[in-house]
Write a protein that binds this ligand. Sequence first.
Ligand code: 13P
Ligand code: SF4
Length: 309
Amino acid sequence: MPKSELVERIRHLKEEKGAVILAHNYQLPEIQDIADHLGDSLALSRLATTLPQEIILFCGVFFMAETAAILSPRKRVILPDPTAGCPMADMITAEALARLQEKHPGAYTVMYVNSTAEVKALADCCCTSANGVEMVAAAPADREIIFAPDKYLGGWIATRTGREMILWNGFCPSHQKFVPEEIRGLRRKYPGAVVMSHPEVNPGIAAESDVILGTGGMIDFAGKDPAGTFIVGTEVGMVYRLQKLYPGKRFLPASPRALCPNMKKITLEKVLTALESLEPVIRVAPDTARAARAAIERMLKTGRAEKNS
Ligand code: 13P
Ligand code: SF4
């Protein structure tokens, strides 16, 4: 089916079924173009709780749709491809976290939302890249902190807050594709360009960067900063997002190899099929959902979010 027809049918079915399409900033351009709302992990979880629609078609990875389902248990949350996972989220299991918590009784557990519902259920609070610093700063001062699963995000938060943390050895494979020499080469080619990197990058890349921001923070920053050229140290989908928002500025990927294959699993064809059948629905066992919701809601109440569009 031609792309224009696919888009037309998606628009029509979405209206007919009363669904809303949410998409993460890393989604394919054609998915970004059909979304009702685009955002980072934090903005999308907030939206899930405030939107009037009963059907949420989520274009992102599994943990994002699962978070929406946890926050809105009465809504129908659909993920067009349920195999769109997050390798980092799979680097920690509930059993392994429970063992670490046994070794550190009394520790306060801050869990990056890039994690499964079972893991979140064992955490004291969640955080995203947008509010990790605030969440760790708000942790009780007299308790040890366990941070999981991203050791690089955790390490960066530790330097910002001065809080020592027990870090899980997880990481995002897509954010490890950057190399310092490539960024230096781009700086030489585009003098005055600002390098914005995601806190999931490793410290060597963070040291090459001018600012470290989540995807929502990058959108705000690029809109306000006077620079005309930005080197984008995060998943490549972000370049399309920024370029569309700010056509007068130039956005270059810090590495074209920084691609999240799971984010790219959501296609127009799969969106259409999902709208036709209103499947596959993301469901979370009620006990797990209840415990995970407490950790996510603590984040939504405490975290001072970066502004998102
Ligand atoms: P943001 O919350 O900054 O959008 O990041 C989500 C993510 O998966 C980063 O890899
Ligand atoms: Fe997970 Fe990395 Fe993909 Fe984000 S970019 S969803 S952290 S694998």
